[in-house]
Ligand binder design. Structure first.
Ligand code: RBF
Length: 352
């Protein structure tokens, strides 16, 4: 080999080393940031919604299905909704099965127990992407989560429940709460937020909590509600999915009231459901799915949305709210809701 050849080879070798070094630097940089927007190549052609339970009667699940379907239809993405049923012990296996089918570029779900199940699934199907609402997990490049500030959501409803109970019966001591099961976001965000609002409006009042044991038994929820009403509750607050229907029936039969969580649903029982605090989950899921499809979703991110962000709200705009709630109470509510919407008043939420 002559001298010219040798120096040309040496030059090539140097270029190769520098290129390899640059590539290494770049890959380290992107993994250090922990965040990774979906690459243009990772086209989303198919999406499955994993419903942990059944959609019917659970506002957050219905909204999730609607929002994801709307985005998929607009963007020509294949869509399916899979209901995992009420046996929570089977959810992990079912989620892994859905991912392992290899048919779905992204799986969308909602509830605080799902991120942990996604991590289990990723051990078996490492490439799967997940979008999870009503849950929190940060730093995994395959998972994007959005947690709602349910302390604020419940605070506004508790404040209303206190005002209205006192208006109906100044001697009322408790609001009846009918819950499907105990879980961390209920015990650490929803119930403490509700109680804080209740006490700010009616310092002597507290909550009386009854447990259904599942998310579908409306007959049992009705029995529990009757007992709460018999002990003097003017207002009932269900967190019970499909079982909440029994709470409404019991309240209606006795001419008492219900405050509603997760969606604006005054028309479900006009004059019985008097106040609704809601999550804009349909809008959120629609937006995030659309971002994912366009390659704009930041993977690994865990976002928290509060009332000032517009995805958590108290619906004081409905005609049925004005019709059934006295002006004097609406005026008091209006002050608190305005403060929460503007961020002048904010309540921190724990993560789960
Ligand atoms: N909410 C529902 O409305 N329906 C359900 O079937 C349901 N199942 C749940 C199962 C588990 C394990 C957990 C942790 C929560 C569940 N939720 C359900 C509650 C939901 O995440 C949320 O807290 C409430 O809807 C109040 O916003």
């Amino acid at each position: 080999m002559n001298a010219t050849c040798k120096s040309a080879l040496g030059f090539l070798r140097k270029i190769l080393i520098v290129t390899a070094f640059m590539a290494l630097l770049l890959s380290n940089f992107s993994s250090c940031t922990g965040k990774k927007a979906a690459k243009a190549g990772e086209t989303i052609r198919s999406l499955a919604v994993f419903v942990p339970g059944a959609a019917a009667g659970s506002p957050l699940y219905e909204q999730m299905v609607d929002g994801a379907r709307r985005s998929c239809e607009e963007n020509g993405v294949t869509f399916t909704a899979y209901e995992a049923g009420f046996n929570q012990a089977e959810w992990g296996e079912r989620l892994t099965g859905l991912a392992a089918s290899g048919k779905w570029d992204i799986i969308v779900s909602s509830n605080p127990s799902i991120p942990a199940l996604c991590l289990e699934t990723l051990k078996v199907v490492p490439g799967q992407r997940f979008l999870v609402a009503d849950g929190y997990l940060s730093g995994n490049k395959n998972i994007h989560t959005v947690l709602y500030n349910q302390v604020e959501q419940a605070y506004s409803l508790g404040y209303f429940a206190g005002l209205y109970s006192q208006f109906k019966d100044p001697a009322a001591l408790s609001v009846g709460v009918v819950v499907a099961q105990r879980y961390p976001s209920l015990d650490q965000a929803i119930l403490p937020g509700f109680e804080a609002g209740l006490r700010d409006a009616a310092p002597n009042m507290g909550i009386d909590v009854r447990l259904v044991g599942n998310w579908y038994d409306a007959a049992k929820a009705m029995e529990l509600s009757k007992a709460l009403l018999d002990s003097g509750a003017q207002v009932l607050f269900p967190i019970a999915g499909g079982a909440a229907q029994g709470v409404i029936t019991a309240a209606k039969d006795k001419g008492r009231s219900v405050v509603w969580f997760d969606s604006s649903n005054y028309s479900l029982a006009p004059g019985t459901i008097l106040a609704c605090s809601l999550l804009r989950q349909e809008k959120l899921i629609y937006e995030r799915v659309t971002q994912a499809i366009k390659g704009q979703l930041v993977w690994g991110e865990a976002e928290i949305l509060s009332m000032k962000d517009g995805y958590v709200d108290f619906d004081d705009n409905d005609e049925l709210y004005s019709r059934y709630v006295p002006e004097e109470l609406r005026a008091k509510m209006g002050i608190v809701v305005a403060e929460l919407r503007s961020g002048k008043k904010s309540l921190p939420t724990p993560t789960f």
